[in-house]
Structures are given as structure tokens and as C-alpha cells.
Design a protein around this ligand. Structure first.
Ligand code: NDP
Ligand code: 2IT
Length: 448
């Protein structure tokens, strides 16, 4: 069979059957258009329709989430869980609470998660979920009642061997706590391994909070090392100021770099002295305030709500906010300002034409499936500790994370080279490595 015709047919079919799921189409296209050399080498995967099966989730759940706000008003949100692929292990992936959440976004995230999770080398399948609930401005009581209502429906689909959610945008330790409490209450079972991202005091893993950001910086460091460069003394720009952004910044500073800007959806701050991370955590994690409050508290910093954080000159850019936040124009500005490396802390933050700009300029580019895999990998470490009723030290866990990120990085390069590509092509390397592992398992498990 003609491989490119096969890929085209799968993609056309997917768009026809799921119109209006723009982000899912984009994520699928990004993988499918790199699959040629792999499928040429493995006609058995074409024969077994692996690509077609990968693009169709094993199960998609959508449910009503009714709850009552502090004024006594009844609210109705929509909940999602897409259980995409379980060839390698239980469905694993975060929950996103954000007003923009819809089925297409959950599917794009779940699809990416399959390859990312495979790339970590761990025994986790791919899934994702969330709700179109907006936690901004909601009291703790409202967030708790929402989480309880959400779990009241979702619990029946979860289990440490079935489906194990974690956090994502709008879901952190507070939400995981409320979700776990409700799961425990309904099932009358303390199943620590049913959710990851729990606080360390009751079943969580050290380093899970930091893992995605730290891991993205380790990945950037590995990429730089291939060109004899390092982070020390480098200027770094980070988008977002949530979980991934804050801990990426922390690791950059620990390795001698200087983070000069970060952002949220209202604008960005520039702080030429290097971000004050204690202040940033206080503003974002404790006060749950806007990023402008950082600049108000620090005279050396300035806030802007015009243009893009990526206009700020830097050596390394780490987009850590959300999908399609870094467009072609941003990429051109980064290249013009001499950027050396871009590592995606977020999922699919760079638009396809931005990635093209980096590729043409031979900028080191780490796609999210590889660069942000440290978060889910540490979730898998949390599952291991829960299964063993064990708790590792911070140092031991961080060593494991660092080793996993080195392995993810080298695996991307090796696979790219094996299939006749450029070892610097981390996009192809990540997609192909993840695909091969899942395809082998799916083939062995038969047509299911
Ligand atoms: P948080 O909710 O902690 O932070 C999200 C940050 O991104 C906030 O600063 C937020 O700003 C900003 N943001 C969100 N949506 C938008 C938007 N539409 N436009 C502009 N800015 C936006 O989430 P995380 O840090 O956990 O997640 C960030 C990214 O990393 C996501 O893409 C997520 O999928 C990905 N990721 C997360 C992992 C994890 O372990 N948490 C693991 C791997 C990837 P504001 O407050 O103004 O909304
Ligand atoms: O996108 C991601 O990898 C995450 N949000 C983390 C998923 C997880 O299960 O830890």
C-alpha cells in the first residue's frame, strides 16, 4: 500500500468524522505527517491499521457536572474524559479546568499523551480529561463542590489499573485533594494510586509538583549540550506563570541561567534582574492573583499587556502556558533576537508555522511530547510508590526524573538517526519513538 496515501486517507477521514475539532486535527496532523519513514519500514503496522486505530479513542466520556455556587445558584458544566489508548498501561493524563475546554481540546491532549507517555518508557497508556469550569475568582468552597460533583460521575471509570488522572491547567494540589476525597468517600476505599499529583503528606511523590518544569529545563540543557552550550549565564523567557512555568524558572536559576520574563493571560512582566521566584509563587500560588501584581510589588519589574512575552530578547524560550500561544510572528522575533533553543513546557504551544521557522533557522526545538514528559513520568513514579506503599526521598526521585529526561532526549536522537533523519529533528524522533512502542504493543495484543 502507498504509505502517504494511507496517511492522507486516515487524516481526511478523521476530519470528516470529527469536524470542528481544530486542535485535535492539528495534533493528529503533526504526528501523521512525520510517520512516512516509520511506516515504510513497518508495512505490518499499515496492514494492522495501527495509525487508524490510534486516532480513534478507545472510549470518550462526556457528562453533566451540576453544582451550587456560593450565592445558591445552580451551575451546570460539562465534564470530559477521553480514554485514548491502553496498550502500554492504564490510561494516564491530566484534568484541565478552563472555560475553553471542549472535546476537541481534550482529544488533542489525550492524543499527545499517548506518544509522550510511551516515550517515557513507563507502563502508562494515554488519556486526558477536564471540564469547561473556570476556577478563576471561585472560592475554595465552590471549587470543592465542583470537584465533588465532577468526581461523583467520573469515579466509576477510574482505578489504579484502569485510568489515573492528575492535574493540568486549573487543576493543582487543591483540586486533586478534593477529587481524591470524593473518590474515597464514594468507593469507601483508600486507593492512593487512583490519582497522581497528591500532596506529599498523604500519598504524593516528592518532585511531582516540580517535575514538568524541571524536566523541561533538563531537556533544554541536554539539547544545548549537543552543541557544546549550557544554561549558565543564559537569558531565558518563559510564558505562563503556573505550575510548569514557576518550576521551570526555579531550575533555570539553579543551573545559573536568568529568567527575565514570564506571563499570564493578561500580559507579561519583564524583570532584568531575574524573576524573584518567592514573590512570583506568593502572587500566583497563594494570592491566586494576576501577573501585574508581581510588577506592582517589585519596582525593578515592568508589566505590559501589549505585544508578546516572546518579543523580550533571550537565548532560550520555554513556552509553558497553553496551546498555540507562540505563533509565526513570535518565532521570527525569537530567531531575530538570536534564540538558541526552544523547549515546549506546555502541550503544543508552538503553532505549526512557528515550528517551521525554528526548523528553517536550525534552532534546537524540543516538542512538548519530549520536553514536558517529566511531569507524567514522575506521576508514574508516584504510582510505583503508591503500589509499593513506599515514599522515596526528594533526591532519589529527582535523580530518576533527570535520568528519564536524559533517556527521552537520547532516544529521540537515536530514533531520528535510525530512520535516516536528522538527529536534531526532535519532532520526528519523539513521534517515531512513541509510535513504535505503542504500535508494537498494539500489534502483540491483537485487534482490540
Ligand atoms: P496552570 O493552571 O498552573 O498555569 C497555566 C498558565 O498558563 C497560567 O499562567 C495561565 O494564565 C496561562 N494560560 C492558560 N491558558 C491560557 C490562555 N488561553 N492564554 C494565555 N495564557 C494562558 O497550568 P500548568 O502550568 O499545569 O500547565 C501549563 C501547560 O503545561 C499546559 O499546556 C499543560 O497542558 C502543560 N503541561 C502540564 C503538566 C503538569 O504537570 N501540570 C505536564 C505537562 C504539560 P491565567 O492564569 O491568566 O489563565
Ligand atoms: O500533559 C501532561 O503530561 C500532564 N498534564 C500530566 C499528566 C499526568 O498524568 O501527570
Amino acid at each position: 500500500m502507498d504509505v502517504s496515501a494511507h496517511i492522507e486517507a486516515v487524516y481526511d477521514d478523521l476530519r470528516r468524522r470529527d469536524p470542528g475539532e481544530a486542535e485535535f486535527h492539528q495534533a493528529a496532523q503533526e504526528v501523521l505527517h512525520t510517520m512516512g519513514p516509520v511506516l515504510e519500514a513497518h508495512p505490518e503496522y499499515v496492514e494492522a491499521r495501527i495509525v487508524e486505530r490510534l486516532c480513534e479513542p478507545e472510549r470518550q466520556l462526556m457528562f453533566r457536572v451540576p453544582w451550587v455556587d456560593d450565592q445558591g445558584t445552580v451551575r451546570v458544566n460539562r465534564g470530559f474524559r477521553v480514554e485514548f489508548n491502553s496498550a502500554l498501561g492504564p490510561y494516564k493524563g491530566g484534568l484541565r479546568f478552563h472555560p475553553s475546554v471542549n472535546l476537541g481540546i481534550v482529544k488533542f491532549l489525550g492524543f499527545e499523551q499517548i506518544f509522550k507517555n510511551a516515550l517515557t518508557g513507563m507502563a502508562i497508556g494515554g488519556g486526558k480529561g477536564g471540564a469547561d469550569f473556570d476556577p478563576k475568582g471561585r472560592s475554595d468552597g465552590e471549587v470543592m463542590r465542583f470537584c465533588q460533583a465532577f468526581m461523583t460521575e467520573l469515579y466509576r471509570h477510574l482505578g489504579e489499573h484502569t485510568d489515573v488522572p492528575a492535574g493540568d491547567i486549573g487543576v493543582g494540589a487543591r483540586e486533586i485533594g478534593y477529587l481524591f476525597g470524593q473518590y474515597k468517600r464514594i468507593t469507601n476505599r483508600y486507593e492512593a494510586g487512583v490519582l497522581t499529583g497528591k500532596p506529599v503528606g498523604w500519598g504524593g511523590s516528592h518532585v511531582r509538583t516540580e517535575a514538568t518544569g524541571y524536566g523541561a529545563v533538563y531537556f533544554a540543557q541536554e539539547m544545548l549540550a549537543t552543541r557544546g552550550q549550557h544554561l549558565d549565564g543564559r537569558r531565558v523567557v518563559i510564558s505562563g506563570s503556573g505550575n510548569v512555568a514557576v518550576y521551570a524558572a526555579e531550575k533555570v536559576h539553579a543551573l545559573g541561567g536568568l529568567v527575565v520574563a514570564c506571563s499570564d493571560s493578561s500580559g507579561y512582566v519583564v524583570d532584568e534582574d531575574g524573576l524573584d521566584l518567592e514573590l512570583l509563587k506568593e502572587v500566583k500560588e497563594v494570592r491566586r492573583s494576576r501577573i501585574s501584581a508581581y510588577a506592582e510589588a517589585r519596582p525593578a519589574a515592568r508589566f505590559s499587556d501589549r505585544g508578546s512575552v516572546f518579543d523580550v530578547p533571550c537565548d532560550i524560550a520555554l513556552p509553558c502556558a497553553t496551546q498555540n500561544e507562540l505563533n509565526q510572528q513570535d518565532a521570527v522575533a525569537l530567531v531575530k533576537n538570536g534564540v538558541l533553543a526552544v523547549a515546549e513546557g506546555a502541550n503544543m504551544p508552538c503553532t505549526p508555522d512557528a515550528v517551521e521557522v525554528f526548523r528553517d533557522a536550525r534552532i534546537l526545538f524540543g516538542p512538548g511530547k519530549a520536553a514536558n514528559a517529566g511531569g507524567v513520568a514522575t506521576s508514574a513514579l508516584e504510582m510505583q510508590q503508591n503500589a509499593a506503599r513506599d515514599s522515596w526521598t526528594f533526591e532519589r526521585t529527582e535523580d530518576r526524573l533527570a535520568a528519564i529526561m536524559r533517556q527521552v532526549h537520547s532516544q529521540c536522537r537515536v530514533t531520528a538517526a535510525t530512520y535516516g533523519g536528522d538527529p536534531d529533528d526532535y519532532v520526528f524522533g519523539a513521534n517515531a519513538t512513541g509510535f513504535l512502542r505503542v504500535a508494537e504493543a498494539m500489534t502483540a495484543q491483537g485487534v482490540v
